[in-house]
Design a binder for this molecule. Structure first.
Ligand code: ZN
Length: 426
């Protein structure tokens, strides 16, 4: 009974979310195409028609490809679950590994096999996005050699970091009793905190070079801004983002006073020092307005709910059978439960995405307002425009599509919300 209900709910959610995604994507494509040949009034002085058309074409190309990968993703999900893909993989790995190596080896092998198969199936999509779409619009800087090296390092990190963490989780699931999910959650939180320290110092340097910011005047400017905002950071670094992509970015990483600021070299090449300062002030706004703390708190709460749900579901036989998998009576099913859970949860979480997008857009407005208090609002406006143009982001998204997905407000709304010192009457 429960099995039938879950099967129905799951299948229905897959179909409905697919329909919603397609409907929104076609709306977006129609809207962008219809506005392709005219720069919106508010931007006519700052964006050329050629740049506007490029942004439209880039958006259309990505959306078209998005339709294909969305359809493939839904088919693959049904293939893994209701059509028995995961069940077959599980049976094969179990028969090969369990008798000889025991249950931990079997479960780790199942996770690894799943990772290899799904990674292999995703590969053509990633290759097409990088070497066709990004290439065609002049964003890709990646060579085949670098792509292969990245993949190799990614697998290495996955094996060295992912496998031990998976082993720890499986061990807790198998031996911590009925409240294992609480212990597993604690371990998960500890791992995420450790990652905040390990990522900037050990993992990120495997993929990119980080050098201390050498531009003394920019450094003084940024340090003055951080002092003004009461923000402690251990260093300012420049990352060779141009190695892979022309897209520009800046971010904070690390924990507590060991936080560091990382600028992509592409950002420093495109923006003036005043604009860089304004962009950084916006990022500081996310800390000062407690967005970062809220996000971390929400992540903790959501993962606790997730582990509690998994703790309950993994003990229900119908959870497996409803999703196309036969749990084995002779072996532990923890890795199987974990995989099913990770596969199925995003289908339901999709329906929450407009709420998260709304919250995120609110945070962006608040961070912009903070940036205007601490730095020059005109510099922020100029920087936003440049970044929009350089990333070929469309200025004319479909309003409904933007409401549903956009984590950042559309440029027109964002710029309109900035205080305009010029417009103030004496
Ligand atoms: Zn932001």
């Amino acid at each position: 009974m429960q099995a039938l209900a879950l099967t129905t709910l799951f299948a229905l959610s897959v179909v409905v979310s697919l329909l919603v995604k397609f409907w929104l994507a076609t709306r977006q494509m129609r809207h962008v195409a219809a506005h392709r040949d005219k720069v919106p009034e508010a931007f006519s002085g700052s964006i050329t028609l050629a740049a506007h058309r490029k942004a439209a074409d880039y958006t259309l190309e990505k959306s078209r490809f998005g339709l294909l990968s969305t359809a493939f993703g839904a088919a693959l999900l049904l293939g893994w679950t209701l059509l028995g893909g995961l069940d077959s993989l599980n049976a094969a790995v179990r028969d090969a590994v369990l008798p000889r190596w025991g249950s931990m080896a079997y479960q780790l092998a199942l996770l690894a096999a799943f990772g290899v198969v799904s990674g292999g199936l995703d590969l053509p999509f990633d290759l097409y996005a990088t070497f066709r779409i990004e290439q065609r619009f002049g964003f890709n800087r990646m060579t085949w050699k670098l792509y292969a090296a990245d993949m190799f390092k990614g697998i290495l990190v996955g094996v060295l970091v992912g496998l031990p963490v998976a082993a720890l989780m499986l061990w807790i699931m198998g031996s911590a009793g009925p409240l294992w999910w609480l212990w597993a959650w604690g371990a998960w939180i500890a791992f995420n905190v450790a990652l905040l320290v390990l990522y900037p110092t050990v993992i990120a340097p495997l993929f990119n070079k980080f050098v201390p910011l050498a531009d003394e005047s920019l450094k003084a400017r940024v340090q003055a801004l951080m002092a003004r905002c009461g923000f402690a950071a251990k260093g300012l670094f420049v990352m060779d983002g141009s190695k892979r992509s022309a897209h520009a970015n800046a971010y904070f990483t690390g924990l507590g006073a060991a936080k560091r600021v990382v600028f992509f070299d592409t950002l420093l090449n495109k923006l003036s020092p005043g604009e860089v300062e304004a962009v950084l002030a916006h990022e500081l706004g996310h800390f000062k307005r407690r967005h970062v703390a809220q996000r971390i708190g929400a992540m903790f709460a959501a993962s606790l709910a997730g582990f509690a749900l998994l703790g309950w579901l993994s003990g229900q036989p119908w959870f497996y059978t409803a999703l196309g998998v036969q749990p084995s009576l002779s072996a532990v099913n923890d890795a199987l439960a974990l995989l099913l859970f990770v596969l199925v949860v995003p289908v339901f979480a999709f329906f929450l995405s407009p709420a998260f997008a709304l919250l995120s857009r609110r945070h962006e407005f608040e961070a912009d307002a903070y940036a205007c208090e601490q730095a020059d609002g005109r510099e922020l406006a100029a920087a936003l425009l440049k970044l929009h143009e350089d990333n070929a982001a469309t200025l004319t998204p479909d309003p409904l599509y933007a409401r549903f997905y956009y984590s950042h407000p559309p440029a027109s709304e964002r710029l309109a919300a900035l205080p305009r010192p010029n417009a103030v009457t004496p």
